[in-house]
Design a protein around this ligand. Structure first.
Ligand code: AKG
Length: 388
C-alpha cells in the first residue's frame, strides 16, 4: 500500500473536554456495535438485496456494509488518493502543486480541492450551504508544527482517478442503490473526505437536504443517500457520527439539540465503526457530523451518492455542489453517463465480475466503452452534480 503523507506527528487533545469526549466515544461505540445495522452486503442470485439490510437502513438511516471492497481495489484506490494529494494545490488558491506542476483541478471551472484550518470547524453556525450546519463545534488548538491549512475534500474525483470511477460502477452497491431508489436512480455528487491524523477539521452536525423538506410527498428517501467507502476504516475518534432514525423526522432544530446537550456531543448519536473496505450507506436526511481528528490515523471516505429520479427531475436546484440550474431530463442523462463509464471501466479491471446493468443507459452502453484516454472527457463533469 502507498502511505499517504503526514504533516505532523504531534497531537492535540480536547483540553478541558478531554475526559468527556473520551467517555462519549466509548459509550457511542458501545451503542453503535449493539445496533443491528451492520453486516455483509447480501444479494441473492436473482439480484435481490437482503430484506434485513433494507429494513435496518429504513429504520436507522444508515447501515455499515462490511468487507465490500477487496484488498486489490483498496490498493488501487489508495494509490490514486496518494496521487491526487501529491497533485493538490500547495495552498488555497494556488495553481501549482508542490512539484511546481499545474495542480489538480487548478484549471477547472468546478470545485476540486477544498482546504480547512487544522482542527477547526469552518462551517458550523454560518450561512454556508443554506445554513444547514446550525451550531458550531468545539475547535482545538493545532500542534505547533501544523500547516496553516490542509486538504479536507476532493470533489469531482471521478475525473482524476480511474480507481474511483471503477468503484462508482461497483455492481453490488449499484444494486443496492436500485433497491432503494428504483432502477432509474440518478447520480448526486462525489467527494473524497480526507481527515488527516492530528489535523482534520470537524464537520458540524447537519442534515444534507435543502429543497424538499416542506414537500407534501416528502418521505425518508427524498434527499437520497451517500456511500462512504472506507479506505482505512474509521472509529469514534476520526469517523462520521449519525443520529439514528433522524432521517425520518423531518427538518430538525439542531441548534436546540446542541443547546439541550450542553455541548456538541449529541447524546443519541453513534459513530460509524468500519474496517478498511467497509462501506457505510448514510441517508442524507439523517443528522450527521464529525469531530476534529485528534487520532493518529487517516480517515479517508470515498463518498458518492444517488437519488430517486423523481426527487431531481424538473427540479430547479443547486448552489452548494454546482451552479443553480434546471435538472431537465437531458441534464440528468448527461450526468448519468458517469455511472455507465464507471461500469465499463470496471469491466476492464475486474473482467470476471458480473457488471451492473444500469437501465437508463443500457441500450447505449457501447458508446461508453472505456479507455484511459477518455478521462479527459470527464473534465468538469461535476458542474452537473444533482444537489438537492
Ligand atoms: O465525512 C465527513 O466527515 C463528513 C461527510 C458529510 O458531511 C457528508 O457527506 O455530507
Amino acid at each position: 500500500m502507498t502511505a499517504l503523507p503526514r504533516h505532523t506527528s504531534s497531537r492535540s487533545d480536547y483540553g478541558e473536554h478531554e475526559q468527556d469526549i473520551v467517555r462519549y466515544r466509548e459509550e457511542g461505540t458501545r451503542r453503535a456495535l449493539a445496533m443491528r445495522n451492520r453486516g455483509p452486503l447480501l444479494i441473492d442470485s436473482k439480484g435481490n438485496v437482503h430484506q434485513d439490510i433494507l429494513d435496518a437502513y429504513r429504520e436507522f438511516g444508515f447501515y455499515v456494509l462490511q468487507d465490500v471492497i477487496s484488498d486489490t481495489e483498496l490498493a488501487d484506490l489508495e494509490t490514486d488518493v496518494a496521487d491526487m494529494l501529491d497533485r493538490a494545490p500547495t495552498h488555497r488558491g494556488s495553481k501549482l502543486d508542490r512539484h511546481g506542476r499545474p495542480a489538480l483541478g487548478a484549471e477547472n471551472e468546478a470545485r476540486s480541492v477544498s482546504f480547512v484550518k487544522p482542527l477547526s470547524d469552518p462551517v458550523g453556525g454560518t450561512k454556508a450551504a443554506y445554513g444547514r450546519h446550525q451550531a458550531k463545534m468545539i475547535e482545538l488548538n493545532p500542534p505547533e508544527d501544523a500547516p496553516d491549512e490542509i486538504v479536507q475534500i476532493i470533489s469531482g474525483g471521478l475525473q482524476f482517478s480511474e480507481a474511483y470511477l471503477r468503484l462508482y460502477g461497483h455492481p453490488g452497491l449499484l444494486t443496492l442503490a436500485a433497491a432503494i431508489h428504483g432502477g432509474d436512480f440518478t447520480p448526486f455528487h462525489e467527494a473524497i473526505w480526507i481527515k488527516q491524523p492530528g489535523l482534520g477539521g470537524s464537520v458540524a452536525w447537519h442534515q444534507d437536504g435543502f429543497t424538499h423538506w416542506e414537500s407534501p410527498d416528502m418521505d425518508e428517501n427524498t434527499h437520497g443517500f451517500n456511500y462512504m467507502v472506507q479506505l482505512y476504516g474509521c472509529d469514534a475518534e476520526n469517523g462520521l457520527w449519525v443520529v439514528p432514525g433522524s432521517h425520518a423526522r423531518g427538518k430538525l432544530d439542531i441548534k436546540q439539540m446542541v443547546a439541550d446537550a450542553g455541548s456538541d456531543r449529541l447524546p443519541t448519536a453513534v459513530p460509524l465503526i468500519c474496517n478498511p473496505g467497509d462501506v457505510a450507506i448514510t441517508n442524507r436526511q439523517a443528522i450527521h457530523g464529525s469531530f476534529a481528528n485528534t487520532s493518529d490515523q487517516f480517515r479517508v471516505s470515498m463518498t458518492y451518492g444517488f437519488h430517486r429520479r423523481r426527487s431531481v427531475l424538473n427540479v430547479r436546484s443547486g448552489g452548494v455542489h454546482s451552479p443553480v440550474t434546471d435538472y431537465t431530463d437531458e441534464y440528468i442523462q448527461s450526468r448519468s453517463r458517469l455511472i455507465q463509464f464507471g461500469i465499463e471501466a470496471r469491466k476492464l479491471r475486474f473482467p470476471t465480475e458480473k457488471p451492473y446493468l444500469y437501465e437508463p443507459l443500457a441500450s447505449d452502453a457501447q458508446e461508453f466503452e472505456w479507455s484511459s484516454d477518455r478521462l479527459a472527457e470527464l473534465r468538469d463533469y461535476n458542474l452537473q452534480d444533482l444537489g438537492i
